[in-house]
Design a protein around this ligand. Structure first.
Ligand code: COA
Length: 445
């Protein structure tokens, strides 16, 4: 079979910024380091009053199709992954297609459109759907457009308010891709959980502390399942490990557990055993509490070793670069982690063609997925064309009072007339309501 994977990627950030240590922490009475060091965040991206999941998704897709000079007829499928949908029937992908048809020649009448839902995991599931569609040879030489778009807003005062974000990732999935090839092997860890849900409500019900535990448990299961498909793995098999990043501190917790798991039975474990002793095994303990205590102590010691810290600095920390500045983009989050890693490779001036990344996605409710991606020849040309740093620098920096207005403007239960803080340029904007309650959009030159 020919290689199938991500040919190109584009990111679109919400146009507003909430500075967490400077603006949010003082009003909350928190130490700014809770945000910068604990959660690992400096700011959140938020949507201006004319932005929503459609505008952000359409803007990311517009940039991608425009710079790649792709005809609409070359797209055979559009899947939007989101957990911020506003319609239980009409999928967001139809709105996005309408936007694209307004500005490009041709149409998308023969593109299969849908919407994918499994919390933050849905973006990766949509990638897998596109992969399967191409691998089954049902695509007639065309590509799939996968868009992960979310406004990750929480109720005011919820603990999750600190980890908000808004943005979209558009990905073109093709044969012989320029960026990365997706592995056929993947692993799943899945269980019926109630850590985070939105039962017909705009803002999520979240058990934040539990969601952290569920993330770790499902990720571990997915890793074991991936090894069943792909065979044993060694930390040095991978150049980067992009993981779902609701906030960078979550990945810090997951990384040490992933390292503990993947060094088992390797030369690295042997080397580390000389320094901190062997990994505790449950069979060697009469009591589970004692085992838990021993494994916690081992993990803490492991996180202090030079081997672990070098691995974390090389493979994990670079994946957090964009997340630190934008917060949680839900379905887009793991895809910005991959992009951050590749931007890091550009900065380091390395040539990672043929190298592999281990990609871990997660959605509350709950399911994790792990697969690998091999970096392709055209990666640098693609990644060098992103303007995400510029977008982030251009965001309007909100005061706390302005943030409150923006939150109200997007709150479906509040009737708030709020003027935009930025002037749109070269992008789609929300343009009011139609006769059946549908949303209208227009492109602003
Ligand atoms: N300096 C350094 N670190 C600090 C600090 C300071 N002054 N103050 C707090 N911290 C650390 C805490 O120790 C904690 O780190 P730890 O978990 O490694 O112990 C971290 O900052 C967060 O502090 P905490 O008090 O736990 O924050 P919180 O009660 O506001 O809740 C979440 C944090 C993540 C649970 C909350 O933001 C949330 O519910 N988010 C949405 C759900 C989510 O994203 N889940 C992830 C799985 S998908």
């Amino acid at each position: 079979m020919t290689a199938v994977g991500i040919d190109a990627v584009e990111l679109w950030s919400g146009n507003l910024k909430l500075d967490l240590p400077e603006t949010f922490a003082p009003v909350k009475g928190d130490d700014p380091e809770k945000y910068t060091k604990g959660l690992g965040l400096t700011s959140s991206s938020l949507p201006d009053t004319y932005e929503d999941i459609v505008t952000m998704g359409a803007n990311a897709a517009y940039r991608l199709l425009d710079r790649k000079n792709i005809d609409l007829e070359d797209i055979g499928r559009i899947d939007v992954a989101t957990e911020s949908a506003f319609d239980n029937s009409k999928p967001v992908s139809t709105y996005v297609a309408g936007c694209l048809e307004d500005v490009f020649e041709g149409d998308l009448h023969h593109a299969d459109k849908g919407e994918r839902k499994f919390a933050c995991l849905a973006g990766t599931q949509a990638l897998n759907d596109a992969y399967n569609w191409i691998a089954a040879d049902r695509h007639r030489g065309r590509s799939a457009l996968v868009i992960a778009t979310d406004t990750a807003l929480y109720a005011r005062g919820d603990a999750g308010e600190a980890t908000q974000g808004a943005g979209a990732v558009a990905m073109l999935i093709s044969e012989e891709p320029n960026l990365v090839e997706l592995s056929a092997e993947y692993g799943i860890g899945s269980a019926d959980e109630t850590d985070f849900l939105k039962p017909n409500q705009q803002f999520p019900s979240v058990d934040g502390k539990r969601s952290v535990q569920v993330y770790l448990a499902r990720m571990r299961e997915a890793l074991e399942d991936y090894k069943k498909a792909a065979g044993d793995i060694h930390p040095d098999d991978f150049i980067y490990g992009p993981f779902h990043t609701p906030y960078p501190g979550m990945v810090r917790k997951a990384a040490v557990l992933a390292y503990r798991n993947t060094i088992r039975g390797t030369d690295i474990e042997e080397e580390i055993t000389d320094e901190i002793g062997p990994q505790p095994h449950p069979d060697n303990f009469d009591d589970n509490d004692e085992y838990q205590e021993a494994i916690r102590a081992y993990t803490d010691a492991l996180s202090e070793t030079e081997q672990y810290q070098n691995w974390y600095d090389d493979q994990i920390s670079p994946t957090l670069r964009i997340s630190r500045q934008v917060g949680n983009w839900y379905t887009g989050s793991v895809h910005i982690a991959r992009t951050s890693a590749l931007l890091n490779a550009v900065d380091r001036g390395i040539d990672p063609v043929g190298e592999t990344m281990l990609v871990g996605s997660y959605g509350s409710g709950a399911q994790a997925e792990i697969h690998s991606e091999r970096i392709r020849e055209g990666w640098k040309d693609e990644i060098s064309q992103l303007n995400i740093e510029e977008q982030l620098d251009d965001r309007y920096d909100l005061t706390f009072e302005e943030y409150e207005l923006v939150h109200d403007a997007h709150n479906h239960d509040v009737d708030a007339e709020v003027d935009p803080f930025t002037a749109p340029s070269g992008e789609f904007v929300f343009d009011g309501w139609g006769r059946m309650g549908e949303r209208k959009y227009r492109f602003v030159e």
